[in-house]
Design a protein around this ligand. Structure first.
Ligand code: ADE
Length: 268
């Protein structure tokens, strides 16, 4: 997979040389190229921003350096073939929220381009222009504001990159992790079995794999109900076993008309 990142802080992306993503690049599974937006300015001061029309705080990124930086990426032939337009991800707190489903969608693409905005954002006309050449996706990491898109790109490239076949050594670890099945991951333990007066759950020493799987699934429901009850709304109630339902009921959720509903504490 080919990934391009355009930024005024190329050094920020040095972290993509480390760990699993760095190894995937060395192994030729990921082709990551970082471009300095200032290389596409034409003035002595390498200016990338200016004051906003209409007034207001902060500065806005000028459209021309963006068009000049992105133009060569439109034309570059990539593995996915010339008919597929690259996807341009624009990190922004005003974007669609990034999810594991989106990470899977991006991982299936041949070419991703990330445009790291800074200051108050990029002149909207540059985004409109890009829409003629790319599939533009404004994406937010969550409901909070970062100083720029670089940190968001690090997070997204890691989430997407680890889904590319061969990047994570044991593909099994992608199956049993948070969000893989719409639930949070179960708690994990390692040696010693007793530590500072705390014992691991006994079932994990039983060697009974069916019981362990049941325990872990119940823990997933319990955790999700406490920490992310919003996720339970998307669980297909028809697919729940009797033990799933018991775990959910213990966590305060019942199946009503095929939907998972939190029990009204006052009414029960
Ligand atoms: N840039 C600034 N804030 C952001 C956020 N929450 N997500 C993605 N990019 C951003």
């Amino acid at each position: 997979m080919r990934i391009d990142v355009v930024t005024i802080f190329p050094e920020y992306l040095a972290a993509l040389e480390l760990s699993l993503i760095g190894k995937a690049r060395q192994d030729g599974l990921l082709d990551v190229r970082v471009h300095d937006l200032r290389e596409y300015t034409t003035d002595r001061h390498r200016t990338v921003d200016d004051t906003p029309y209409g007034g207001g705080a902060g500065m806005v990124m000028k459209p021309e350096p963006w068009a000049l930086a992105l133009q060569p990426l439109v034309a570059e032939p990539v593995a996915a073939g010339p008919t597929v337009r690259p996807t341009l991800v624009v990190p922004s707190p005003a974007g669609e929220v990034f999810t594991q489903a989106m990470a899977h969608e991006f991982a299936s693409l041949g070419h991703l381009v990330f445009a790291c905005g800074r200051y108050e954002g990029i002149d909207e006309r540059a985004i409109e222009w890009a829409g003629e050449h790319f599939e533009v996706r404004p994406v937010s990491l969550g409901d909070y504001v970062l100083n720029g898109g670089e940190v968001a790109v690090l997070a997204m490239v890691e989430a997407v990159g680890r889904l590319i076949p061969g990047v994570v050594g044991n593909p099994e670890s992608l199956v049993e992790e948070s969000h893989a099945d719409g639930l949070l991951e179960y708690p994990v333990f390692t040696k010693p079995s007793s530590w500072r007066g705390r014992d691991i759950p006994e079932v994990l020493l039983s060697g009974n794999h069916a019981k362990i799987a049941q325990f872990r699934r119940a823990e997933q429901f319990r955790r999700t109900a406490v920490r992310r009850p919003d996720l339970l709304a998307s669980v297909d109630a028809a697919g729940l076993t009797a033990t799933d339902r018991a775990a959910l009921s213990e966590a305060g959720f019942d199946v009503v008309d095929g939907l998972l509903v939190r029990r009204d504490p006052a009414g029960s």
